[in-house]
Design a protein around this ligand. Structure first.
Ligand SMILES: Nc1nc2c(ncn2[C@@H]2O[C@H](COP(=O)(O)OP(=O)(O)OP(=O)(O)O)[C@@H](O)[C@H]2O)c(=O)[nH]1
Ligand SMILES: [Mg+2]
Length: 458
């Protein structure tokens, strides 16, 4: 498959920096003719014979027209990002210059690169495996510290290393069992079935823990949806403003102020939370617009990863807390008792049936930190500080799930003492799914799909 795909011998070109005005822009070429093409429009000295990892100042010429004064960096194959001949041209950052140079390169024989094509070539040339290539996209898209760290861990091969070790051990067993099949007349046993059983159990544990890490991985990569819900006037919009530290949502003493949902992002300790302020929920309203808001709030409760059920502690706090506990599952519910500054009878704060409640004053910004910590704990737990790999990619989850099933088949087979040829089939199946994750086994459509999500120039 790789041989087939790497027959793309076009030289590609793209803008590597963000489009638009900047002090400097970088245009990158990769392919057999990258240096040749650049040399044909570069003046002052010939870069054709220059060694790898060198930079050269000169002019880019369209005939006799000077397009720009540029710095050209040369990376010779295989010591480059893509593993091919690579040239990076740093030019002045005007969009008109960027366009002129791209056109010049296409005229001189390069082709515009597709999204992710540089990284795809790096993968096809064995510079990166698939999980590492995917981590490049994640790294570029990362918008929090936690997302950056996880992507970097995977880019350095953290995820692949875990899987590669498993794969090698399994390949060894597969080889031994196939050897047994060759000698089947002679009744010899090369593979130790007990050892295989132990390996399969270790693999099951490992894949399961990788699968479990996806809940956290998803949080890190995509953020956490938090719906702030409660009765009208509970102080939901005031709480949103307190968490954001700005007056984002309209606050008033009139019940039913918020009609449409208001959404804003909050970064807590490197994890992104999408806070959604909703319309207050009351059982009966004649106002049809308010009713639409209420229906939307109920939808948000279903969609949210975490629900902050906010109630006024001065208004039947015990009853309200109990209602929320019966309506929202405990794993996503945070109960917040608001307006504690107005409490006349403070005994409610020590009430054992309200031990799960965080008491706050949104208006006075009291205990907002405790609520933030609770949000972080609920979404992430201790996971983020743990060593090890966190799966963030839905494609990997699908393959891991299939891997777990294949491993279960091997285990059952071993218990039922099935014949070597059937066992070998099951092992091959498990190896297949392991291979699809790191990209040893893949198909062209899938690769195109993965790389099409990259940005152009990477
Ligand atoms: N004393 C006190 N007043 C608060 C507190 N939080 C909110 N309020 C007041 O309660 C009133 C309602 O606040 P909002 O934030 O608009 O309430 P809401 O839950 O968004 O209301 P709706 O959008 O109508 O559903 C306002 O007058 C706020 O100033 C608090 O902690 N203490
Ligand atoms: Mg409101």
């Amino acid at each position: 498959m790789r041989e087939n795909l790497s027959t793309w011998n076009d030289t590609i070109v793209a803008l590597a920096t963000a489009p638009g005005l900047g002090a400097i822009a970088v245009i990158r070429l990769s392919g057999d003719k990258a240096i040749e093409i650049t040399a044909s429009v570069f003046s002052k000295k010939s870069i054709l014979t220059q060694p790898s990892h060198t930079v050269h100042f000169g002019k880019l010429l369209n005939g006799v027209d000077v397009i720009d004064e540029v710095v050209v960096s040369i990376y010779r194959a295989p010591k480059s990002y893509t593993g091919e001949e690579v040239v990076e041209i740093s030019c002045h950052g005007a969009p008109i210059i960027q366009d002129a140079i791209l056109q010049l390169m296409v005229y001189a024989g390069a082709r515009m690169a597709k999204p992710g094509e540089f990284t795809q070539r790096a993968f096809l040339n064995g510079k990166l495996d698939l999980t590492q290539a995917e981590a490049v996209a994640d790294l570029i898209a990362s918008n929090t510290e936690a997302a950056r760290k996880t992507a970097l861990h995977n880019l350095k091969g953290g995820f692949s290393a875990d899987l590669q070790l498993m794969r090698e051990k399994l390949i060894k067993f597969s080889a031994l069992i196939e050897l047994e099949l060759d000698f089947s007349q002679e009744d010899v046993a090369f593979a130790n079935k007990k050892e295989l059983e132990i390996l399969v159990q270790q693999l099951q544990l490992k894949s399961q823990s990788l699968l479990d890490s996806f809940k956290l991985g998803n949080v890190i990569k995509n953020g956490v949806q938090v719906a702030i819900v409660g009765k009208p006037n509970a102080g939901k919009s005031t709480l949103l403003n307190a968490l954001l530290n700005e007056n984002r949502a309209l606050v008033s003493e009139i019940a039913g102020t918020t009609r449409d949902t208001v959404e804003e992002y909050l970064n807590i300790q490197g994890v992104l939370f999408k806070l959604i302020d909703t319309a207050g929920i009351r059982s009966a309203t004649k106002d049809s617009i308010e009713q639409m808001g209420i229906d939307k709030s109920k939808e948000k409760i279903l969609d949210a990863d975490i629900v902050i059920a906010l109630f006024d502690v001065n208004d039947q706090g015990l009853e309200q807390a109990a209602t929320w506990q019966s309506e929202v599952s405990a794993d996503k519910l945070i109960l917040a008792g608001n307006k504690k500054d107005l409490l006349k009878d403070k005994s409610i704060l020590g009430d054992p049936s309200l031990s799960d409640v965080v008491f706050i004053s949104a208006k006075e910004k009291e205990n907002i930190n405790a609520l933030e910590n609770l949000l972080f704990q609920k979404a992430v737990g201790e996971g983020i500080n743990k060593e090890g790999t966190i799966v963030t990619n839905a494609r990997h989850v699908t393959s891991l799930k299939k891997l777990v099933l294949a491993l279960n088949d091997i285990e059952t087979g071993l218990q039922q003492n099935i014949t070597g040829d059937l066992l070998a089939l099951d092992i091959r199946q498990a190896l297949h799914y392991l291979g699809t994750i790191t990209g040893q086994i893949t198909n062209e459509d899938q690769l195109d799909f993965i790389f099409s999500k990259f940005c152009i120039g990477k």
